[in-house]
Design a protein around this ligand. Sequence first.
Ligand code: NDP
Length: 415
Amino acid sequence: MRPLTRSAALSRRLFLRGTGGGLLVGSLGLHGTVYAQGAAGGGAGAERPPARPVGRVEPERETEMPVEPGRRLGYAVVGLGKFALNQILPAFGESRHARLVALVSGNRDKARAVASRYGVDAGAIYDYDGFDRIADNPAVDIVYIILPNGLHAEFATRAFKARKHVLCEKPMALTSEECEAMIRAGREADRKLMIAYRAQYEPHNVEAIRRIRAGEIGPLRLVTSDHGRILDPKDPADQWRMVRALAGGGSLYDIGIYSLNAARYLTGEEPVEVFGQIHSPPGDPRFSEVEDRCAFQLRFPSGAIANLSSSYSTASVKRIQAFGEKASLVLDPATEYEGNQLMRVSERGREQVKVKDENQFAAEMDHFAESVRHNREPRTPGEEGLRDVRLMEAIYRSAREGRPVSVEATGSVRP
Ligand code: NDP
């Protein structure tokens, strides 16, 4: 077959796209005008672009414009570690409702260098001792806590005392008592608390939830999810993860929480029973305080069962699968920072689901900014973090006692 010339290819494309003049013209961005041969801007409905620079009508928008910088909510990021520096700070560039206005760090030189790159005022850099002075900075609306888990509760409580709203990384805190204290502190300060469950703002996961709720795969019977990686004692970000007082637990607390949270957001139910098994290789210094592997099951009121795992000693895996009566959905990878994939599998075969990718961190920060601005409950409030911490406590107990453990079911089915 002969290749089409450029103009032939264009007319063919326009012909295929449009069934009438309106569509064809719309696709050229001319908003209802048609060319009249020879007419330069005059004549009925005729507007031919002149061959010189000239302003044109605003094109149709494909993405929402950001709100004006002065109306975006101001975030202070607490802890300039691996996740904050590599994922969160760059994501402000893609946010429409949030802006970075303050930094909190124990390393002043690093904080200064980061501040200058992100246009943060040098006067809006705080250290941990001086953190409470953030109360006097009216540009800060939201404090985003990205510290080791063992410090989340303290800094959330201090942020609420400073009358700021709080976005807190997962896992919410070390114990359910700490989580409850954080929720109380937020209520007393009349400030909002959201837990940064990014997967619930990630487009492929959001699409999977939508399809399940729409009944597309039939009644959901089984969920499986596995999250694993190698814990590296040479990586500073993994060093505190080996210390119970800072991490709270091992792979379950750090990444098994993605498997656990997924089982809850995919079923839309709260489990009534959990069963866990844990193994840590004896003599491995990485696991003297926290666990290596955890396999755990959840039973839901509808009869759905989740078979989940986490590991600090297997090659990277970040997979979620939902098996319905009619079809299944496979997210693999499910919880990467970018490049996640969604597949629909049925008797008809495997079909890749096209999902418009979007920066999940920007989406998450925008969601909270909007929740604060419009005084709405965020999708993943403190109670969501508390539920996971309670369930993880029950999973540890089950593993210790070697039997299934009943958990109080709230019975709530999510929208
Ligand atoms: P890092 O160790 O890379 O960063 C933690 C930062 O906290 C440090 O750089 C330091 O910042 C500050 N810090 C204060 N006190 C301590 C301390 N005693 N020990 C170590 N650091 C301290 O960890 P991550 O960035 O990987 O994790 C931080 C949080 O983010 C955790 O809660 C983790 O679960 C969560 N996370 C969430 C992810 C997600 O996808 N949602 C992914 C990765 C992590 P400074 O030097 O500025 O003082």
